[in-house]
Design a binder for this molecule. Structure first.
Ligand code: ADP
Ligand code: MN
Ligand code: MN
Ligand code: MN
Length: 378
């Protein structure tokens, strides 16, 4: 009977893992070790028309580019990415930031791109363009961000990774920063993603297991201005790509499992030069006051569906604030804005906006914060 149970379990596990992840990875090594005759593979990455999905395609350059200016513009078929307007389906890819490719290794590159339409205006979901304009306006403030990306691992069948196929795991409690096969589900993905980010040149600064089993977080930052969105989008690309190798899927849905299970956010930490200097706390308090006046407008840009996604997450339970109320407090994880305890003590540092959903666009989030805190009248 035991053998039968084990076989059934194995069958279920195999069904929840993608078949391409079961291809022989040792055979792959033979080809990955081949020389490439001085040529360079460059993978262009962009945000598609959903504002959440990432797309990529690869081309050969004759030599290794030494800076972003050496990577040529390219194009793609926008009618296949929910991006084309009418019969003009060609979209432009404008390289904006270059990273090392941790999958095919040096000298190959990953390059994040902005998308322009046939008339060379930014595509609807190209929020980098306007974000960059705001970041230019506030650049004297030396605005730093750090974002905490939470995500949940699923099988390709959409079921949370390694949860029992019927029923639920034991209630939340032992999983946050947990260790052991009964507490930490899928650590291989987390560790490989971390290494891939460091190799690529992402400003990743940490990682931890989250409150719900199979839920994890990595942190990127501090990054100045537009770099925040650039680094987080490419870190997300690396996450999806690493998951592909393991045959599992990472979802950024802000509330993947309803009920007594934590949702997933993208806490955004913020500081200006003034906030980081002595007695900076008064500038933090001023920024919070301004944020309080624009709560609704911020909620609208803190997920890709104008607040609808975040509504499932910001309930006032599970370490969140209610979506309808604005609140702030020192060390308060049930508030919209938290001032970390150390910052309260030192009277300088940064604050944390806990409202952005895991699937937010970091460009719209950082742009809204910069606009409200630094460009709005007092
Ligand atoms: P939490 O206690 O909220 O879980 P984490 O350690 O997960 O905090 O994340 C802290 C985040 O704050 C990181 O992304 C880090 O880069 C960022 N951070 C640290 N110092 C600053 C600062 N001065 N300005 C902006 N962001 C900062
Ligand atoms: Mn965190
Ligand atoms: Mn967290
Ligand atoms: Mn946090």
């Amino acid at each position: 009977k035991n053998v039968l149970v084990k076989r059934l379990w194995l069958q279920e596990t195999m069904a929840s893992v993608s078949s391409s992840s079961l291809l022989n990875k040792a055979v792959r090594q033979q080809y990955m070790g081949l020389g490439q005759g001085g040529k360079c593979q460059v993978t262009y990455i962009w945000v598609d028309g959903t504002g959440e999905g990432l797309r990529n395609k690869t081309r050969t350059l004759d030599s290794e580019p030494t800076c972003i200016e050496e990577i040529p513009e390219w194009n793609f078929d926008g009618s296949s990415t929910y991006q084309a307007e009418g019969s003009n389906s060609d979209m432009y890819l404008i390289p904006v930031r270059m990273f090392r490719d941790p999958f095919t290794l040096d000298p190959n590159k990953l390059v994040l791109c902005e998308v322009l339409k046939y008339n060379r205006l930014p595509a609807e979901t190209n929020h980098r363009h306007s974000c960059n304009q705001v970041m230019q306006q506030v650049k004297d403030h030396c605005l730093w961000f750090g974002m905490e990306q939470e995500y949940t691992l699923l099988g390709v069948d959409g079921h949370p990774f390694s949860w029992p196929s019927k029923g639920f795991p034991a209630p939340q409690g032992p999983y946050y920063c947990g260790v052991g096969a009964n507490h930490a589900y899928g650590r291989d993905v987390v560790e490989c993603h971390y290494k891939a980010c460091l190799y690529a040149g992402i400003q990743i600064c940490g990682t931890n297991a989250e409150v719900m089993p199979s839920q994890w977080e990595f942190q990127v930052g501090p990054c100045e201005g537009i770099e925040m969105g650039d680094h987080l989008w490419v870190a997300r690309f690396l996450l999806h790509r690493v998951c592909e190798d393991f045959g599992v899927v990472a979802t950024l849905d802000p509330k993947p499992i309803t009920g007594n299970w934590n949702g997933a956010g993208c806490h955004t930490n913020v500081s200006t030069q003034q906030m980081r200097e002595e007695e900076g706390l008064k500038y933090i308090e001023l920024a919070i006051e301004k944020l309080g006046k624009k709560h609704k407008q911020h909620i609208e840009v803190y997920d890709p569906r104008g607040g609808k996604d975040n509504m499932r997450r910001l309930t006032g339970l599970h370490e969140t604030s209610s979506i309808n109320d604005f609140s702030a407090g020192v060390a308060n994880r049930g508030a919209s804005i938290r001032i970390p305890r150390q910052v309260g003590k030192d009277k300088r540092g940064y604050f944390e906006d806990r409202r952005p959903a895991a699937n937010c666009d970091p460009y719209t989030v950082t742009m809204a914060i910069a606009q409200t805190c630094l460009l709005d009248p007092t």
